[in-house]
Design a protein around this ligand. Structure first.
Ligand code: ADP
Ligand code: MG
Length: 277
């Protein structure tokens, strides 16, 4: 028996390592005319490394003390920056204290009580970022940590393929600072870059494009991306390290951890739609 084109496209997408959740989702992938991409975990590998630990003078902490404190507060978080901070502390053999009253503020950071004191780790407001493109995270009152994340090897080819498919370069939407965002944009040939966005700003950016008649493909991976994934005409989540909420909000999930599969499934959808009468 022959399978309906959209269903065989779903099977085909599965062979590419992309789980498309329904025939409607498969169809919508081929309708997009604009792509909007998250940075951390989407264009980059999402496995940053701590490259610099700087306790503030007067904090009473040395490098290890600052890292251990940040790791304790970040331990319950699933954010890539949190995982990097915890593994850096483990790498130095530091003890990670149990945190209480943990709260994650998507797009901002975390707060927790460690050894009876409140610790806040997150976005370094007013920090323009560093020339080397590192992301700077502030441990309130105590110091800063710098983290760097590698670009995915297939990121430049993917942005080029999406540009060819839609006739317009993808937009970069990120909660990270403008400096780091510009670095990634330069490396991937993107010029429309929006940095320092909160999760609701990412949704707003997607909605604005759609209000102007665009059909937006949004690709993201984090909890902070869930609202934009849901608002987009088509939402695709990077699955390997993606947050559960992002996977649930998406129309399709990239399970093979290759960004280049995204334009590939757009092409599969377009081919299938040509066969649907
Ligand atoms: P992106 O849009 O690049 O995926 P996010 O929205 O997740 O980034 O985060 C934006 C910024 O907020 C980060 O660059 C960082 O400064 C801060 N941040 C978010 N979550 C955390 C966290 N768990 N620990 C430290 N900083 C965080
Ligand atoms: Mg992300």
């Amino acid at each position: 028996a022959t399978m309906p084109p959209l269903l065989s496209a779903i099977a085909n997408a599965g062979r590419h390592g992309v789980l498309v959740k329904s025939a409607v989702a498969m169809e919508r992938l081929g309708e997009i005319d604009t792509a909007a991409l998250d940075k951390t975990g989407t264009l980059t590998e999402g496995a940053p490394e701590v490259t610099d630990v700087r306790p503030l003078l007067g904090s009473g902490l040395d490098e290890d003390g600052l890292l251990a404190l940040a790791a304790a507060a970040e331990h319950p978080s699933e954010h890539p920056l949190a995982r990097a901070i915890v593994s850096a502390a483990r790498g130095r053999g530091l003890p990670i204290a149990a945190a209480e009253d943990f709260t994650a503020l998507p797009g901002l950071g975390v707060t927790a009580v460690v050894d009876g004191r409140e610790v806040r780790v997150g976005r370094a407001e007013g920090d323009a970022g560093r020339d080397d493109g590192a992301t700077v995270v502030r441990v309130l009152r105590d110091g800063t940590l710098a983290l760097t994340d590698r670009l995915r090897a297939d990121a430049p080819a993917t942005t080029a393929a999406l540009t060819a498919l839609t006739g317009t370069a993808p937009v970069l939407l990120t909660g990270d600072n403008a400096h780091t965002a510009a670095r990634v944009a330069d490396a991937t040939g993107l010029t429309d870059v929006r940095a320092d966005l909160l999760p609701e700003d990412k949704v707003k950016a997607v909605r604005e494009l759609q209000d102007r008649g665009r059909k937006v493909l949004f690709v993201g991976d984090g909890v902070n991306d869930a609202p934009a994934l849901a608002a987009a005409h088509s939402g695709v989540a990077m699955g390997s390290a993606g947050a559960d909420l992002a996977l649930e909000s998406a129309d399709a999930v990239v399970v093979r951890d290759e960004l280049a599969t995204v334009p590939a499934v757009v092409r599969l959808s377009r081919a299938a739609r040509r066969l649907v009468v």
